[in-house]
Write a protein that binds this ligand. Structure first.
Ligand SMILES: [Zn+2]
Length: 299
């Protein structure tokens, strides 16, 4: 798979740096800031967060990410640990019969496909480098790392981006299903954007210093929000009103207030704009129920 470095939506100016910073602040108010989070609950810890370690080998990270494809983090973590317990080295994994390697990673699903891909990567590395290692990519540029990893069957831009961000500590913004869905919902990419074009667009738009936090927050939020989870069915218990909805509402009110002389009323007493305008332009009449003929739907 090739890695496009193009900008698929050059005229789409969202998200701005400010949009990204505001989203990070809003989401962190609910989930905490990932880059400074001390301890995460087991259920909210993603396999990718587990990867985040300066001592972890690049190959461990790549295999872990391959195992995490199309399954839950809990299942893939379990499979990875079981694999490491049975096979202490990657060369042992390479030489073992496929069926024997599939057994410990059954919990990850698609074990046959994933093991075939992992063993193929290990064989390629042994042929080319004489050992099962990917540590040499640490010296490469981001683009070189992407090209190097994406040449392996089963390794796409998202997997490469995860390795870059979590293990190599590079400024990357992987787009998984949660990031993709919420990016569309927020209007950060056009509704027809694919995961790949979303990745290309967001990597250009999200400021480097916010990439890690925004990625982790969107992944976690996508599992815990009635508004942002797939099909409105969060995997974990929702934590309250969606901070992104609250943020959009606050921005809308601020915008309205900025365009109206009744700024202080609109921003401090929480009245609907129609009521605020009514107060400003005609005798106050709350008996009408407010809103007049200019009812607005609250989001
Ligand atoms: Zn939400």
């Amino acid at each position: 798979m090739t890695v496009a470095a193009s900008e698929p939506y050059p005229s789409h100016k969202k998200p701005s740096s400010e949009d990204c910073a505001e989203a990070v602040t809003a989401l962190a108010s609910m989930h905490g800031l990932p880059s400074v989070r001390h301890k995460v609950k087991e259920e909210s810890k993603t396999v990718l967060e587990e990867c985040h370690s300066t001592t972890e080998s690049v190959l461990d990270s790549l295999v872990k990410t391959i195992l995490s494809q199309n399954t839950t983090d809990v299942q893939s973590s379990k499979g990875f640990r079981a694999l490491k317990a049975v096979y202490p080295t990657w060369d042992a994994v390479r030489l073992a019969p496929a069926a024997a390697v599939e057994a410990p990673v059954k919990s990850c699903g698609l074990a046959e496909i994933k093991v075939a891909r992992i063993q193929s990567i290990l064989n390629t590395l042994m042929e080319e480098k004489g050992e099962c290692t990917l540590e040499y990519v640490r010296k490469m540029s981001e683009e070189e790392v992407k090209t190097e990893l994406c040449r392996f069957n089963g390794v796409g831009p998202k997997t490469a981006a995860c390795v870059l961000m979590f293990t190599l500590g590079r400024a990357e913004f992987p787009v998984d299903t949660h990031v993709w869905r919420i990016s569309k919902q927020q209007g950060w990419v056009p509704a027809a954007a694919t995961r790949e074009t979303t990745y290309e667009h967001m990597n250009k738009r999200v400021p480097d210093e916010l990439k890690y936090d925004l990625h982790c927050l969107l992944v976690e939020h996508g599992k815990r929000c009635l508004n942002c989870a797939k099909g409105g069915k969060p995997r974990f218990t929702p934590l309250g009103e969606c901070p992104l909805v609250a943020l959009a509402r606050a921005k809308k009110q601020k915008k309205r207030a900025a365009g109206s002389p009744a700024r202080s009323l609109a921003t401090t007493d929480g009245k609907k704009p129609a009521e605020v305008r009514a107060i400003k332009t005609e005798p106050v009449d709350f008996s009408s129920g407010g809103g007049g003929g200019e009812a607005e739907i609250e989001s």
